[in-house]
Design a protein around this ligand. Structure first.
Ligand code: AP5
Length: 222
């Protein structure tokens, strides 16, 4: 039987590989990927009201005000595809207030994954990252170079991926992560993110298969 759709949260410092793992999770489990970073970058690119309000915060590496982001997430999770296929929330909640908003809406994941990567690796990952604006795929100049020259020529760098900004994003992350942790401690699963992305994904996959299995047996017991 298929059981309830999976609800997954993925967290971890900037550059820990959330987006990269999400690409692979979506392929395997068919969850709806809800990335607040991606949603905000799309608003900025479209020049929308939200985009214009978020732009300065994002390019300087600061958090966008809670009310803007929370409204966006709430609307996205309420859509039919997320309800039917399950979801994969990436980059939210990012503050204690955001986590509280979810609790108030009775939105709770089955598992809270945190990717663990040492600080000194994160700067290199951020500075070397490139994005394909056509496919949305994430590359790295040395770790995951583009497949051909056509892709190489169109790759873009995020304005918040300078060494200085990666470091300040990391500081902001650490401060907030600590405040969020108690809310999800009972479903927290740390994954070592400092391996090849395929190796990291093996761990994530095993974890999610276990979560799914447990959900199904719990249902049988009840
Ligand atoms: P967001 O887009 O969420 O950025 P982030 O959390 O800083 O995370 P990153 O996207 O930098 O990293 P990632 O973990 O996804 O790593 P990736 O897979 O790309 O947010 C951006 C901004 O939006 C925020 O600063 C804020 O302003 C705003 N915002 C978003 N959400 C918000 C919220 N909830 N509230 C308020 N504001 C919000 O990998 C990084 C690089 O490493 C890539 O080049 C990749 O190819 C490489 N890599 C990945 N895995 C590996 C591996 N295993 N080995 C080697 N290299 C790897």
């Amino acid at each position: 039987s298929k059981g309830e759709p999976l609800k997954v949260m993925i967290s971890g410092p900037p550059g820990s590989g959330k987006g990269t793992q999400c690409e692979m999770i979506v392929k395997k489990f068919g969850l709806v990927h809800v990335s607040t970073g991606d949603l905000l970058r799309a608003e900025v690119a479209a020049g929308s009201d939200i985009g214009n309000r978020a732009k300065e915060y994002m390019s300087s590496g600061r958090l966008v005000p809670d009310e803007i982001v929370t409204a966006m997430v709430k609307a996205r999770l309420a859509q039919k595809d997320a309800k039917e296929n399950g979801w994969l929330l990436d980059g939210y909640p990012r503050s204690f207030a955001q986590a509280q908003s979810l609790e108030e809406m009775k939105i709770r994941p089955d598992v809270y994954i945190v990717l663990d990567v040492p600080d000194e690796i994160l700067v290199d990952r951020g500075v070397g990252r490139r994005l394909d604006p056509v496919t949305g795929k994430i590359y790295h100049i040395t770790n995951f170079p583009p497949e051909n020259d056509e892709i190489r020529d169109r790759l873009v760098t995020r304005p918040d991926d300078t060494e200085e900004k990666v470091k300040s994003r990391l500081k902001i992350y650490k401060k907030n992560a600590e405040a969020i942790l108690p809310i999800y401690r009972d479903i927290l699963k740390k994954v070592d993110g400092n391996h090849l992305k395929e190796v990291v994904f093996k761990d994530v996959e095993t974890l999610l298969l276990h979560v799914k299995e447990n959900e199904e047996t719990e249902k049988l017991v009840v």
